[in-house]
Design a protein. Structure first.
Length: 450
């Protein structure tokens, strides 16, 4: 017969091999329990537990608990009252063997179907070897939240989005990181790629696109201020297509000096909020990239006015706020954030130009409590990659950082051209099917959307 402490994880081969008893030393003032195999027949065995009162005073009851692997079960026991909950077994004394004088022992036995041996043993709530009860090691990662459904469109899976702490959550409170692409300035796109429903559903199904950004140019010739009807029609087409495709859509006031046209922005966003603010699909971006102007005196008052107009009709959809210096100084915005709910802040990067120092600004903003959304980025120089160069290692550092911090993103830009950040090569059809038309940083972007 081989005797082993229950607290030890036993290897079956060694346990059933026979040989000299192995008994660990026990503390002088503890009740202990020792497990042994008294008979074995290959696909099962007879076990015994000996309970010893190692304290200096009598005990009047005892209770032994342990777990068995799911492949093994106790089929019968004696000299104890057995209760079972799944793979957890409890054995309590019967009337005649509960009282044990100091140093006295008693035993109970059981039959096991299978070869698994007891784990996590306690006697009277303490370790069977004496001392505190065994503890389950803490998990090395946070427990997973209930995952969202894996079928259906992104909006069907996630529903109404909201800001939770420094990240974005879905309707059930689980963290969400949206990944997608931005249109070209709509007034300058070479073809209406962003406005095509077939292209959008193709990107959803083949690229795993979850969000599209409608970058509505404001200030240049042919943009919103000079042709508001055309610009509004383009944006509303993209919104309606996003609703039909079940993806999220960012309505972007793509400007660099929006404070000079605050009244037009207030009217634009107020009107769209009244007509589309009831939809869970819509995310508002009232100011793409402010220049190097004051956050406190210029940009923040502008945001307050536009946020107020949106919230008058839309109380809950996320609003993403631009920050100084082409949406890089998120740490400055963090020092005096806009008051309100479901507000996020824009951080833009281009990996050939921006690296660890800009991520440090993002880290500072997150520590201050800001939720960030990278609504524009490229694996290129800050000019969008006029030289055609891609800086993929640094772009991967950004991708990893955004994933770690749960930061959603849209990559620049859905158009044809020679810039690194043009996602499509010449000849790409407007309706999608672009597997053989990827250009510049597109393979990297698509790989990180999937």
């Amino acid at each position: 017969m081989r005797t082993l402490r229950l607290v030890t994880t036993l290897a079956v081969a060694g346990l059933l091999a026979g040989g000299v008893a192995v008994v660990a030393a026990t503390p002088a003032s503890a009740a202990t329990a020792v497990f042994s195999v008294t008979n074995n027949w290959g696909n099962g065995y007879q076990g015994q537990v000996t309970v010893t009162n190692d304290t200096s005073a009598p005990i009047t009851s005892w209770r032994v608990e342990f777990d068995l692997p799911s492949t093994s079960t106790v089929s019968q026991s004696w000299n104890a009252q057995q209760t079972t909950s799944g793979s957890h077994y409890t054995f309590a004394n019967v009337s005649w063997n509960g009282t044990l004088a100091a140093g006295a022992s008693t035993s109970f036995g059981f039959l096991v179907n299978g070869s698994g041996t007891p784990l996590n043993c306690t006697v009277n709530g303490a370790s069977c070897a004496g001392g505190p009860p065994p503890t389950t090691p803490p998990p090395t990662t946070p427990p997973p939240t209930t995952p969202p459904p894996t079928t259906g469109t992104p909006v069907e899976r996630y529903g109404q989005l909201r800001v939770c702490g420094t990240t974005m959550c879905d309707r059930s409170g689980a963290r969400v990181q949206l990944r997608g692409i931005s249109s070209m300035w709509l007034n300058w796109e070479t073809a209406p790629y962003a406005e095509n429903l077939s292209a959008l559903t193709w990107m959803r199904d083949n690229w795993n696109l979850q969000v599209i950004r409608a970058a509505m140019g404001v200030e240049p010739a042919g943009a919103y201020l000079s042709d508001p009807a055309k610009a509004r029609a383009q944006v509303e087409t993209i919104i309606n297509n996003a609703v039909r495709a079940g993806v999220y859509v960012i309505v972007d006031w793509h400007a660099h000096e929006a404070q000079n046209n605050q009244s037009q922005a207030v009217a634009f966003f107020g009107d769209l909020a009244r007509r589309y603010g009831n939809l869970p699909n819509v995310i508002w971006e009232p100011y793409n990239e402010p220049l190097q102007v004051s956050w406190a005196n210029v940009i923040k008052p502008y945001h307050q006015a536009v946020v107020s107009a949106i919230r008058a009709a839309d109380p809950d959809n996320i609003i993403v706020l631009g920050t100084p210096t082409w949406s890089q100084d998120v740490d400055v915005a963090a020092a005096s954030p806009v008051t309100g709910t479901n507000l996020m802040y824009t951080l833009h990067f281009y990996s050939c130009t921006h690296g660890a120092s800009l991520r440090a600004k993002g880290d500072a903003a997150i520590r201050a409590g800001l939720a960030l959304f990278v609504t524009e980025w490229g694996a290129s120089n800050a000019d969008g990659g006029l030289d055609g160069r891609a800086c993929l290692p640094e772009a991967q550092s950004w991708i990893d950082w955004m994933k770690t911090n749960g930061i959603s993103w849209t990559a620049w830009k859905l158009d044809v051209g020679t810039d690194t950040t043009n996602l499509l090569s010449p000849g790409a059809p407007v309706t999608g099917g672009w597997t053989n038309y990827l250009h510049g940083h597109a393979p990297f972007v698509v790989a990180n959307m999937r």
